[in-house]
Design a protein around this ligand. Structure first.
Ligand SMILES: Cc1cc2nc3c(=O)[nH]c(=O)nc-3n(C[C@H](O)[C@H](O)[C@H](O)COP(=O)(O)O)c2cc1C
Length: 211
């Protein structure tokens, strides 16, 4: 069975964009296809306007319910490691400490390319790497990660949130995600292409799969 995703149910895209050809085609090799996908992820870490820069991070809460939110992709090692900055007091950090399983979801509307990542997340709250990144990026913004009230605190008025502590008390932390599985879907009228990449210690494989 061939899944047909018509333009009626695809995310909104302009006529100009629709005429763009998919970068990954049925003629691409698995290697070419994955190189293309991973190079888009790399670009997102340096190009502010890249659509992969904002990514949905899903975690699992204490009641086993999925929780999702947008985050900024800060770094990618080209293979399987993704880096996000956050506030160590935010709910997502507690969820990750309780359950390391996470998922990332990317979508590039012009290329009509979806990337789904599952893996395990670690939280980094101290050390050289954190310190260097804080000095380079975090401390540049005056109110980043320094709210007096922790993120998610219920308040009676928005202005109650606008109190800041000193930068020394910033709750800056890193979320490092090590992927164990990635899957892309390239939409292209009826010639969609989809492939999976397994990146486990004892198993590494790439395969085409039915869209
Ligand atoms: C476009 C966009 C980018 C965001 N980037 C981040 C980010 O990089 N890190 C982060 O912790 N929160 C980021 N947020 C805020 C989160 O989506 C979320 O609202 C907040 O972190 C609280 O989430 P939590 O209660 O699940 O921990 C971003 C929100 C938007 C809309």
């Amino acid at each position: 069975m061939v899944l047909i995703i018509s333009d009626d149910i695809s995310p909104p895209i302009t006529r100009n964009v629709l005429s763009n050809k998919a970068t990954i085609t049925p003629e691409s090799s698995l290697n070419e296809a994955w190189n293309e996908v991973l190079s888009e992820v790399r670009k997102a870490t340096s190009e502010a306007q890249h659509p992969f820069r904002f990514v949905t991070l899903a975690t699992v809460d204490k009641l086993n319910s999925p929780q999702q939110r947008m985050v900024v992709l800060r770094d990618f090692n080209g293979q399987s490691e993704f880096l996000i900055y956050s506030d160590s007091r935010s709910h997502k950090i507690g969820e990750i400490l309780n359950n390391h399983s996470v998922s990332l979801l990317f979508y590039h509307p012009e290329k009509r390319l979806q990337l789904r990542v599952t893996g395990s997340a670690a939280i980094i709250t101290s050390g050289d790497e954190l310190q260097k990144l804080w000095e380079k990026y975090g401390s540049k913004s005056p109110h980043l990660y320094t709210s007096v009230l922790p993120p998610g605190t219920e308040i009676s008025n928005p202005t109650e949130a606008y109190h800041w502590q000193s930068k020394e008390k910033a709750a800056f932390c890193l979320i490092k995600i090590e992927a164990d599985k990635m899957e892309f879907l390239q939409l292209d009228r009826i010639n969609h292409t989809r492939a999976v990449k397994i990146i486990q210690k004892d198993k590494k494989a790439t395969r085409w799969i039915v869209p």
